[in-house]
Design a protein around this ligand. Structure first.
Ligand SMILES: [Mg+2]
Length: 396
């Protein structure tokens, strides 16, 4: 089999990848929705993979993997990798999880990082009300993640939270030392959310990046009695193009609270220091940023050897990304906790993708399906009307 074409369309705000072959089998991949600007980047790889056998996934990847980088620049390589597995699975007549080593579990736990209701303010009461709505959501999540401190809008809307001025701008780097008032406020919001969830549902907190090591240690110690699932990306993470594992190690060693990072990291080599020095207790690579699902599987196995847990990132991965997450998560060792459940955005995505279970999530889990490849496909007549000018030939 040979690859004959690589196409990319921006559907909604998601970059969607379609790889065509001379045997009429096609593969789908997807990148996170806030990355519509990546289309030219995806197309950069076209000439490098045309003529290759897509079922030799690793050989194709050796042709393109070197030309990638941390989030968002690992997305194109990752989306192509997922599409190759989709083709390989269809060619073999097997679900992708079989090609990754076979499933360890029949259903995969997911956590809530994307089913969201507007946060009406930043007082402890606002956080409690918002958490109550998420607790009642139909998916029945057993773990819910919320953004606090430098993650989300708290720092921007609370003057005096830290010794610094919010820099403004969606891509700006922020952070600094907390004021005592800011630290106490953050703690009060966490306590209010924990009060709502009790010990029935796990609370995870996305925190930064932007913490100093001083405050990261203070927070990790202060929340110890609350049994928080993890504190995510306090120091680096989320679009930070570096890791600083040693700083994380200082925080991890100072407290029993699990410390988490890794959503922005590209490739296994860049997890090496975090894993080998046991700098964090939980890692969260995103299959659509790290270099794909086989890359994520390798990292999970290596993390397991070092006593590190896995909670893959996925909030913006869309419905094709969801399928990729289900397949790889079914194969992960026992260090697997849950992946971050992505939603179709806008809602019409649920009308243009076929193959997902209905309902998708039951009691906080997704049943792993057995259709060949990723097991999802476009309802082409329904999807065609969302193609933008310049992408009209995507399904041809
Ligand atoms: Mg995060």
């Amino acid at each position: 089999m040979k690859i004959t074409d690589l196409k990319c369309a921006i559907i909604g705000d998601f970059p969607v990848v379609r790889i065509l072959t001379d045997e009429g089998i096609e593969g789908l991949g997807q990148g996170e929705y806030p990355k519509p600007y990546l289309k030219p980047h995806v197309m950069f790889y076209k000439d490098l993979i045309i003529g290759e056998d897509p079922t030799d996934v690793e050989r194709v990847m050796t042709r393109i993997r070197r030309v990638g980088a941390f989030k968002p620049w690992g997305t194109a390589v990752s989306a192509i990798e997922v599409a190759l597995w989709d083709i390989a699975g269809k060619a073999a007549g097997l679900p992708v999880y079989k090609l990754l080593g076979g499933k360890v579990r029949d259903r995969v736990r997911v956590y809530n990082g994307a089913v969201r209701f507007p946060l009406k303010g930043h007082t402890p009461q606002h956080y409690a009300e918002n958490m109550q709505r998420m607790k009642e959501s139909k998916e029945g999540f057993t773990i819910i993640k919320q953004g606090i401190a430098f993650h989300g809008t708290m720092a921007d809307s609370m003057p005096g939270l830290y010794y610094g001025d919010p820099p403004g701008g969606p891509r700006a780097t922020q952070g600094g030392l907390f004021t005592e008032k800011g630290f106490k406020h953050t703690m009060a919001c966490i306590e209010a959310m924990k009060e709502v969830l009790g010990d029935e549902i796990g609370l995870a907190l996305d925190c930064g990046p932007g913490f100093t090591v001083i405050d990261a240690i203070r927070l990790a110690k202060a929340v110890e009695p609350m049994n928080i699932m993890w504190l995510e990306d306090m120091i680096t993470g989320d679009y930070t193009p570096y890791v600083l594992a040693q700083l994380y190690r200082d925080v991890t060693n100072a407290s029993s609270t699990p410390i988490h990072t890794g959503e922005q990291i590209y490739l296994r080599q860049n997890f090496k220091d975090l894993i080998e020095t046991q700098a964090v207790r939980v890692i969260g690579p995103d299959p659509l940023d790290v270099g794909g699902i086989a890359e994520l599987k390798w990292i999970a196995e290596y993390a397991d050897l070092h006593g590190i847990q896995m909670a893959p990132h996925g909030t913006a991965d869309g419905l094709i990304g969801l399928a990729a997450l289900v397949h790889v998560s079914a194969t992960l060792p026992r260090n697997y906790i849950a992946f971050e459940y992505p939603v179709g955005k806008p809602d019409w995505w649920y009308d243009i993708i076929d193959g997902l279970p209905d309902p998708i999530v039951k009691d906080g889990f997704i049943d792993v399906w057995d259709t060949p490849g990723l097991g999802v496909k476009f309802n082409v007549p329904a999807a065609r009307k969302y193609l933008k000018d310049g992408d009209k030939d995507f399904f041809n």
